[in-house]
Design a protein. Sequence first.
Length: 759
Amino acid sequence: MEIEDDSGGQDLKSGTALPSRSGKSTMVGLDKELIEILNWLDGNSSARDTLSIVGMPGIGKTTFAGKIYDHQRVQEIFHVRAWVTVSQNYDERKILLDLLESMKKLSGEMHNLETSDLKDKLHKNLKGRRYLIVIDDIWDTKVWNDVNRLFPVDQKRSRIILTTRLESVAVHVNSSRFAFRRMRFLNGVESWNLFCKVFGGDCCPGELYQTGTEIAKKCGGLPLAIVLIGGLLSKSNQTQSYWDHVAKNLSSVIASHDDQSSKILHLSYNNLPHHLRECFLYMGIFPEDYEILASKLVKLWTAEGFIETETSKSLEDVAKEYLKNLVERSLILVSKRSSDGEIKTCKIHDLLREFCVREAKESFFHVTDTSLRDLPTNISTSHITDPSLRSLPDKIISLRRVSIHPNTQTSHPHADRLPTSTVRSVLNFDPTLSLSVEFLNSSLIRVLDTVNGNSSDFPTEIVKLLNLRYLSCLNGVRELPSPIHELRNLQTLILSCMESSFRLPLEIWRMTQLRHVHLDLVSLPDPPIERVEEENPLVVLHDLQSLSTVMNFKFVENILRRIPNLKKLGILFDEIGEDWSDYCLNNLALLQNLEALKCLFNWPYKPFLQKIIFPPSLKKLTLRGCFLPWEDMTIIGSLEKLQVLKLKRKAFSGTVWEPKEGEFLELEFLLLEENNLEDWNAERTHFPKLEHLILDNCQRLKEVPCGIGEIPTLQKIELYYCSDSLVTSAKDIYEEQQESGNEDFQVRIVEMTAEAYET
């Protein structure tokens, strides 16, 4: 059970922990070491103390630190917990922001504060409180000296744990006899137990037992090797000859080569099906420790042409399967999951990312910083037949993709030295970079992902990139030029807009390759009324799957007929008045493939649900600000496929909710946020498949109905800033679940006070 207060406790994000097939961190053994460290954390020394966890890459430093961080005893000991990952690219400002975010103390306006002010904010939130700080993956003694000054030195028995690959850093940090803990290798039994966990719990078939134990033993006790090989074998041919082949090769690698992890990564990579190799290597294009949105990754893979399908499945669905497959092979970490259990964000372990960068360099992609100093040059041009390209010996002929990462040593950088000959994709991760695009070869470029530097003007040169498939520009664009329709191959358009409402040009309805359109807030123009004839059919955006956020969307038939396969739609209604007739809400049912609808209101309008007709395909529904009566909930409850329901701020109004039998039959996730509900008279039969319940700022609600605790599928209840009686009822449900033997059941409580419930 996890109980938190608003003083800053937080779940450990996956970081660089070794993944299991389920995406969760996997660790076996080290029980004795864990107890020793827990005793040190709760020791009698009142002075602030520091511990370093030291070991080679892949030995499980982050995983072990995470087990300590999340331990129930640790949650009881410390008022504040915070986790920050440093890595090689040290950025003091980012560390400050990450620490404040980890402590739940980061607000939007803080991003504009000076670094000195952020230091003051952090110091004030730690001063006088007993805190635990975990600093993950620190590489330099100077970095430690800088970071160490951020934390108050007092007599509150505070503790700092850091992980590092370098013993010199650990020795430098030494503050007590408990200077550092060197991670040991796993013994034979532990290696086999970890192998079995990764393999799938029941371990390998009996006839492969002997070979499997030999493989686990030959991994040399290195958790990364065991995880990778276990994941590889679980997805490969389970035959004696193949396992003997793996055992033989692995033994040779471990016995004769120092770079064990590199060889193991090659073994895992070489065993990937061809269709997964490009997708896996592409993970190296992102910066170190970058939390990757799965939805973005899927769109990029699709635009790059990595995804192929000969079935009825969409390219995006196939890409999601690819991602899931890579997770199951223990090559990608799941950081967060969405409300429906899908992968929301993911990461790649540092070692794996380095492997991808090495494999891809100079042929698949190249990673550089904003100085562009390390771009490869003098590539042989003897194989180039185009004279104009052969005349550029100092350019890169084979380079297809460039990923630009921040360079903290360069001020006011400009990327104007990129090669023009063959670059097809540019991904810029530096928010300070002014990226000029006129140098790009308009006949080749497919992907452009940039924050557009400090400019708010849409680069007009982009409309000349006729083969562009993916465009993301996230720096407050003021307006979109009307020639945008010339990008006839564009699949994904993602823009951050400065204006309160951004109007798309009429020509958007001619961009038939569009699959995803995402803007902060956009006004969608009415399509032209065309005379449809056999020789002049209606232009339809068959591939458009997601569209958001549309201001005052009108469900007129002329629009819906053009987007028949839309799956996700986000809308904001504002200042419509009392007359809904022009919006044809009943026509929404024509979107027969719609699965997710987010409907936000800037003003209350109660009859909304009585006028709208939802398509039966709807699986996820989010409402906010419409002040609907709870009696209208039966309209939502009758949706037969609804799995996720998020009722955000003031979605419903009233003090009593009486659910009815036969509704919400498939609902798995329910969020109730900021309402005036007092009595929720629910039984287990009202939500028979509910798995996850979140109550946020439900300060008038008296209790979680006891019937909710009796739902057999229920896995987790989360409460944020709710009434004392509501918190008590959640604790009672937790105790009942524990007594019944359901140890996996979780309750998470964040309270208004600094006091946390202890179990």
